[in-house]
Ligand binder design. Structure first.
Ligand code: SAM
Length: 286
């Protein structure tokens, strides 16, 4: 069914199925007709690709993905939407809907069984309450995914796409830069949704790296150091890491000195290579 971003269509579909929005599930549906085609075009929904969508709503993006990609698998937690989707996506035989919580889905298995022989992309207008956990799950599992193209809150988008060595960065920036290159594709105003959220949004894209950065011998420790480094804003690397990891300040200071960094360096000044060298050096000392 076309026209799914039309307010009249949404209202009619909702009324017919007695559907009401759930705030807890982050249900803000897109009502701006130009947004979903753009996500689908820029998000690699095309021949040769299987697309995983997270959170269908009434299927406005699913519809655009199904028009372009070889196959779409969409995971939607709200079972009240399943009969709605049967109707709105009736014309497509390349769409499979899974009624589940995305955090409970075995994504490796899903990709193997559903997208065999296809390249894989993820596209979604994400429910904002689980933006970071969903993105980190998609990245950390080293899934066979080329790109992740998702709508997130604007502020979150800026943080997620921050470059290493800039003020906007945080621990999540380190993790994202480790697994992918990230960019903001375009902004979307709050008025593009029904009901409108309190903040504006943007669509971001992560292109997954074939190879993660060299030199990390213990990823769990590296990410622990990264989280520790950014645990206390405006503190020096030495103070933050020492208090977050419970490591003696002199050991942290020695590791900083050994890799040639300034003793008072702040974490947001570090490049990926510098953070890796520091973490490796610290690991040797404790
Ligand atoms: N794609 C639709 C659109 O753009 O209009 C809906 C987007 S709405 C922001 C988020 C959707 O994700 C809702 O349909 C909601 O029910 C669903 N959702 C929320 N939590 C989820 C979860 N843990 N797993 C799967 N879907 C979820």
């Amino acid at each position: 069914m076309d026209n799914l971003s039309n307010i009249g269509t949404i209202k009619a579909v909702m009324e017919k199925h007695g559907f009401t929005f759930s705030k807890a599930l982050g249900q803000n549906f897109l009502v701006n007709p130009s947004v979903c085609p753009r996500i689908a075009e820029l998000g690699n929904a095309k021949e040769g690709f299987g697309v995983l969508e997270i959170g269908t709503g009434i299927g406005v993006l699913t519809n655009e993905l199904a028009k372009r990609a070889d196959k779409v698998v969409a995971v939607e937690i709200d079972q009240r939407l399943i009969p709605v989707l049967k109707e709105t996506l009736a014309e497509y035989d390349n769409v499979k809907i899974i009624n589940d919580d995305i955090m409970n889905v075995d994504l490796k298995k899903l990709i193997e069984t559903e997208f065999s022989g296809l390249d894989v992309a993820v596209c979604a207008n994400l429910p904002y309450y689980i933006t970071s956990p969903v993105i980190m799950t998609l990245l950390e599992q080293r899934l066979r995914i080329k790109t992740i193209t998702v709508m997130v809150q604007k502020e979150a988008g800026i943080r997620l796409c921050a470059k290493m060595g800039t003020r906007e960065m945080g621990a999540v920036t380190v993790a994202i830069n480790y697994f992918a290159s990230a960019k903001v594709l375009f902004n979307v105003s709050r008025g593009s949704f029904m009901p409108p959220p309190n903040v504006d949004s943007c669509v971001v894209q992560f292109e997954l790296r074939d190879k993660t950065p060299q030199g990390v011998t213990d990823e769990a420790f590296f990410f622990k150091v990264a989280r520790g480094a950014f645990s206390q804003r405006r503190k020096t690397l030495c103070n933050s890491v020492s208090s977050a990891l419970g490591v003696d300040k002199s050991a942290v200071a020695k590791a900083i000195e050994n890799v040639g960094l300034n003793a008072a360096v702040r974490p947001e000044k570090l490049s990926m290579d510098e953070l890796i060298s520091f973490s490796e050096e610290l690991k040797k000392m404790i």
